[in-house]
Design a protein around this ligand. Structure first.
Ligand code: NAD
Length: 496
């Protein structure tokens, strides 16, 4: 038995003990996770500094603060989320108790990516714990130091049988993927997303795929270009462009391209100084492989701002590319680095056509003062999320579902959405063993008159002639009165 098989078997056994279902246990584990983030703040910060050159302030602002918020929300709302949810009833079930009950799925595999390693790995875990599951946590091997801290320290805080950490690269992940899970939650690129989905199909395991892609950003001529460019520069160059929802490229009319370049340049200087290499707020490319990948994308485009690099240090300055052609190398795949190409278009219609020619993006950004322009972009395109006049911040609103569509992913999470995503929403109907007369119409012999009653109860319509109609009118009035009373009624005994 491989180590991965052993860990999976142990986690499944731990789930079968039933302890992860208990609400008190879930809350205790969430509080332990919260304590881990506070007590181990320095260990977390030091590891990320080594992996991605992020400063301790940046780690808190972009990763752990959001996690603390998610954990707090889950602790506060858990009882409400886990409670039966009464639903609307039809005439046939008006006297029954009908509700949805979220139940744990079982054993969840969480596979994280390296760019925001804590956020993308622990945020699904918060939902997995809250929903009462066991979970195997597989951090990305690419952020070596962070994976080590997760492996060594997390088990000191969490129930390590229910929530074990498994480290390793592709072979270890693939060995995990051969095992049976009840859900796989994967964050990473779309190519590996297909590998994950194929492996999941072997066991008919549902998946959440949090992928990436090229997120477009349209800057309308009718907008405050200075403010737009500050916000775009922030969204793009945070974490050195290694953000799944970073604006990948800009679309704008030729008349404002030069302004956009100047304003981006101003913002880059303001945020990262004249020398971003020595600026503590500017990160690094994760490794040499990604450095070379990004460098090769620049080859056939014209640099308007930046362009400085240092391979030894995995440094690429914030770089803006002008007059980029749709067939340029930088436009063939997600950049995931600090290059910002500008493509010119005739206006909104051409921008929409261009966006719709590509895969559905994870995020779509539009900057405009005109609501009609924003609405047109919203209504004539599709993307995981849409944000007007800012970048990235929709990620922080945990009432919004966060996830992709088409090539940018499937399923969504954050806040209650994670809880629901990692639960089975079980439909429950509890009938009393009385009022058997009501059921006669469904038992054989099946007659035309029974069908008439069935049509009435199911479709709330009928055709029985005048007397029949009057009788049914009385019956309907009585039933409607009963509905008014019982529609959402859920006896207290089911609230557990
Ligand atoms: P990565 O290289 O860390 O891979 C992600 C995970 O997949 C790792 O745990 C790795 O072990 C595993 N993996 C890699 N190759 C595998 C294979 N052949 N078989 C099985 N498992 C394998 O991360 P990455 O893919 O470079 O991450 C960057 C991508 O993730 C970008 O496309 C980015 O947009 C996307 N991303 C999306 C989100 C989101 O929330 N939608 C968040 C972060 C990153």
């Amino acid at each position: 038995m491989s180590r991965e098989q052993q860990v999976v078997a142990a986690a499944r056994r731990a789930f079968q003990t039933g302890r992860s279902r208990c609400l008190e246990h879930r809350v205790r584990q969430l509080k332990n996770l919260q304590r881990f983030l506070t007590e181990r703040r320095d260990d977390i910060a030091q590891a990320i500094k080594k992996d991605l050159n992020k400063s301790p302030v940046v780690v808190q602002m972009y990763e752990t603060l959001g996690l603390e918020e998610e954990i707090g929300l889950a602790i506060r709302k858990l009882k409400e989320w886990a409670a039966p949810r009464p639903v609307e009833k039809n005439l046939l079930t008006v006297s029954d108790t009908v509700y949805v009950k979220a139940e744990p799925l079982g054993l969840v595999l969480i596979i994280g990516a390296w760019n925001y390693p804590w956020a993308v790995t622990l945020q699904p875990l918060v939902g997995a714990i809250a929903a009462g599951n066991a979970a195997i946590i597989k951090p990305s091997e690419v952020c070596v130091h962070t994976a080590k801290v997760m492996d060594e320290l997390l088990p000191l805080y969490l129930d390590k049988e229910l929530y074990p950490v498994v480290t390793g690269g592709v072979p270890e992940t693939q060995e995990l993927l051969r095992q049976k899970f009840d859900h796989i939650f994967y964050t990473g690129n779309s190519a590996v997303g297909k590998v994950i989905m194929a492996a999941a199909a072997e066991h008919l395991t549902p998946v959440t795929l949090e992928l990436g892609g090229k997120s477009p950003c349209y800057i309308d001529s009718k907008c405050d270009v200075t403010i737009a460019c500050r916000r775009v520069a922030w969204g793009k160059f945070t974490n050195c462009g290694q953000t799944c929802i970073a604006p990948d490229y800009i679309l704008c009319e030729p008349a404002i391209q030069q302004r956009v370049i100047q304003e981006l340049h101003k913002a880059i200087k303001e945020f990262y100084t004249d020398n971003p290499k020595t600026c503590p707020d500017y990160g690094r490319i994760i490794n040499q492989r990604h450095f070379k990948r990004i460098m090769s994308m620049m080859e056939d485009s014209t640099i308007a701002v930046g362009g400085d690099t240092d391979e030894e240090d995995c440094f690429i300055a914030p770089t803006v590319l002008r007059d980029v052609k749709p067939d340029a190398k930088v436009m063939q795949e997600e950049i995931f680095g600090p290059l910002l190409p500008i493509l010119t278009v005739d206006g909104l219609d051409e921008a929409i056509r261009f966006i719709n020619k590509g895969e559905k993006p994870l995020a779509l950004y539009i900057f405009s003062n005109d609501d009609k322009v924003i609405k047109k972009m919203r209504d004539e395109t599709s993307s995981g999320g849409l944000l007007a006049n800012d970048c990235l911040v929709h990620f922080s609103v945990n009432s919004l579902p966060f996830g992709g569509v088409g090539n940018s992913g499937m399923g969504s999470y954050h806040g209650k959405h994670t809880f629901d995503q990692l639960s089975h929403l079980r439909g429950c109907l509890i009938k009393a063993l009385k009022m058997e007369g009501m059921n006669n119409m469904r038992y054989p012999p099946h007659t035309a008159s029974k069908l008439g009653w069935a049509r009435f109860f199911v479709l709330k319509g009928f055709n029985f002639g005048l007397i029949g109609r009057l009788m049914l009118l009385f019956a309907a009035a009585a039933v409607l009165a009963a509905i008014a009373v019982q529609k959402y009624d859920l006896p207290h005994k089911f609230y557990c």
